[in-house]
Write a protein that binds this ligand. Sequence first.
Ligand code: GLA
Length: 731
Amino acid sequence: MSVRYIESKKTFLLQTKNSTYQMKVSDYGYLLHLYYGERLIDEDLSYLIQLKDRGFSPNPNEAGHDRTFSLDFLPQEFSSDGSCDYRLSSIEVKNGDGSYAFVGKVAKHEIYAGKYSLAGLPSLWATEKDQVDTLEIWLKDSTTQLTVVLCYSVFEEKDIITRAVKVRNDSGDTIYLNRIMSMTMDFMDSDYDFIHFDGRHTMEREWSRNPLAYGIQNVGSFRGASSHQHNPFTILCERGASEDDGRCYGFSFVYSGNFMCKVEKDQYDQARIVMGIHPKHFSYQLKPGERFTAPEVVLAYSGEGLTHLTHLYHRVYRENLCKSPYVKKERPILINSWEAAYFDFDEAKLLKIAKEAVDMGVELFVLDDGWFGNRNDDNAALGDWDVNTAKLPSGLQGLSENIHAMGLQFGLWIEPEMVSENSALYRKHPDWCLQMPRRQPSRGRYQLVLDLSREDVRDYLVTSINAVLDSTRIEYVKWDMNRFITDAWSAIAEKEKQGEIYHRYILGLYDIMNRIILTHPKILFCGCSGGGGRFDPGMLYYQPQIWCSDNTDAVCRLRIQYGTAFVYPVFAMESHVSVCPNHQTGRTVPLATRGVTAMGGILGYELDSTKLSEEEKRICREQVAAYKRDYPLIAYGDYYRLTNPYTFSEYVAWEHVSPDQKEALISLVLTEKEANDAQRFIKAKGLNPRTQYRVEGMKGSLSGQALMSAGLPVPGNLLQYEAVQYHIKAL
Ligand code: GLA
């Protein structure tokens, strides 16, 4: 078993193939964290706990006159609140007597084969081949009878440990949970860099790396969605860690709403990281006997640098997260109508775009926003999911049939979570949106957010969206969310429960996704929130691909995809070739380069195909053929970052290597051309050093060692924004 309790030492031991996690029940029953890192064989690390009399660090009462035991510096698994520990706390609870305190001591534990489950929340699951064991440790506050259950599932062979927390109110009082972190991890040192992925609408997941400094560093979202601004994935790595070397820890939160990740470097040069639902405006009422389940954090440890950390996440998110059968299927090459037509279309125009797209090698036509109600701009009709027959006289069915008659599949855009004030739905149910009493709700893109904490709202959405999906042949759906939440107040919730609305919204969203997405396994769903405003593992559980960004500029996309693929698999990143000058930046980039960048994810097109020349259509056909040939390599191969666009500006390069190391594809885009520039060589990664490889377009063969150590020349005649790809195949 990968989980053990060693009674004589009072230690819990979690073992994966290459990592060890150890905890200890201390004197007085507190749960201390001993170690997470390189795999150790059965060693007892209790000696790491060094007690010391430290001024101004209080001691629990039961320590008597022992001034050396203080929770203010001991490494803990779950930090209590209101007693002795002044660092970041794992919990904040208001008890029935008005006190703010939770002092949890180990009451019992359970070890069982298989994975824990989290009611109503997406989380990793074990396949038949996975050896997964679970440990649950019950921390009980003997005064209030509140119990926190720490859950750990160990994916032994995949080097992954998942954590979650459940709270049980076994007291006789109603309590309020004002903060509950899904994961707390203490380090006895703090020489780490904190890596996080930040940004804004149209520039998501920008890489950022800074050394820990005294005090607290913080990323998170209070926007009701995981957000463009910060992603719920962070890394702590040794100061010198590189792609290929050094200790790295990943923290990935399986949740799509408000989140917080904080790291504190304390007075004794120790570090604590916490991750969980953002506590701002979070107050969850638990009546006697009620339970709360906090979402999952997926932990990975790599002793071999950042690339390996990425590979651990890619593998587990490929095999153990997404419910869609499309994870294992080749995705159709699509053309999306948005940048081609925006709201300005009719059936004839769409059919012309589709017809020319056939000539480009496209397989799926996606009708984006504007097909329903009186939606001729973004000011109206969200909520009215009936086709606009003025634009589409033969309805969705007629359009879908005409599209299919061309040999294309048919896809559709929806935005179920929203309502326009100018809509029949809003006129009928003005109380169905989130809004506060006596205040007018804020608008975002003219729209309001439906109150998904309400069952009647969810039932309406499930019925009306499923009616659309079942009305005709639809093979693809883009599920959008085009504003973030404000006015989080529900017309039907009691006032004591208004602090639950952000979370209940997300639970409601997962509920409708269960009833819409999981009941349509044949439809390929793509997530979207103004591009990548909700690119997180919670969404990936339902949707195997997500629109990476509303920014389709191929050069900006290099950075966006670099950050996104740090944790999310390549096959999750939907990426389109669009027209130039680019609609977001005005930049012009060769069509070939746009294709190379888009092939770094799920290739698609988003342009007016009727305006392409024969030559451009030929280039697209070639791109599609190349992509289809390389799809298994790109989607399921190991992904390597060959450059970091934040520290090196000349070119961006990345590589996909087949799991058997017989094939590789290196892609490189020149981003900053200088006159009379230096000769550069691009060094491959992940090949077998002893295998001989042929590089397409080059004479003879080279060993994997030569390709990785000496590299390949970057063509000297490459101009600004041009791209090159190297196909490498074992002889
Ligand atoms: C969002 C999406 C776009 C497009 C529009 C339609 O911004 O990210 O791709 O679908 O909505 O309104």
